[in-house]
Design a protein around this ligand. Sequence first.
Ligand SMILES: O=C(O)CCC(=O)C(=O)O
Length: 306
Amino acid sequence: MPTVSEVSGTGGMAASALFPLQLPVISLERDGISALRQFIAQHTPALITDFAAASPALKRWSLQHLRARYGDKTVRVYDASFGEPGKHYMSNIASMSFADFLSETLGEGRDLRMFLYNVGRQIPELLDDLVFPDIGLRFSRRFVYTFFGCKGSTTPLHYDIDMGHVLHTAIHGRRRVRLFAPDQSPALYQHPFTVRSYVDLDQPDIVAHPALACARGYETILEPGQTLFMPSGYWHEFHYLDSGFGLSVRSSSPRFRDRVTGVINLLALSPIDRFGNKVATHRWFDWKRHRSEARAHSYMNRRGLL
Ligand SMILES: O=C(O)CCC(=O)C(=O)O
């Protein structure tokens, strides 16, 4: 890990220095379900090569098939303004037919996203195409989400607000995925009242964000058909190397404190954050940024880095 003194003054730091950790790769056929259960019990992420192997979705859900059957469904679409203070903060920019979304994003390369599309609610019959092994977690059928993006789009660094355990399968296209453990939050300059970080992981600026030099994460490529296990509270950034889509199933965390945090996030912190954005848009955002910097400063102080 580079020290602050090694990198200060330049402001630049190789992005690769942030990702020294090797993500474990397991195969349920080779290593047994017990291997995955162990990662779940230890709250450690892992890449599973064959978690979804028995799911007809992997073959059946071609873009052509989905467009032909569900192209007339109205979907909400998002862009980068989702995370920016202002009118579209935490909300969609428009609604359009699924067929138009596919043409505009995957066909024309417009950086428009469709995420958290609830398949369980919107097209429940698709759930029949998902077959997963019993790994000791109860997946909620009500919260099965799909995520679509075009080549080059990025889902920025965040963790899931409900604090559930997530298994994300890439159905089409590869993603570069970056992960950080929950204890890295101060080094990632988490904005209070949110589950977001705004640090630039591609070009880390250590002058603006000195604590970032302490962050240690994983970086991996998720291939189509592979699944990522993200324990509750794990930070993740997804970058689409190809146009495509993926699917997440989730289960509530076995840890009581995670479940309570999830409820507080959803019922208290997020509404306050939206209210702050509504009434004091830029001042609220700047206040959160300052708080994240103050928190990072005391984190470094505690570690004797100042
Ligand atoms: O695929 C994406 O764009 C993001 C996936 C994600 O954030 C999730 O599964 O929780």
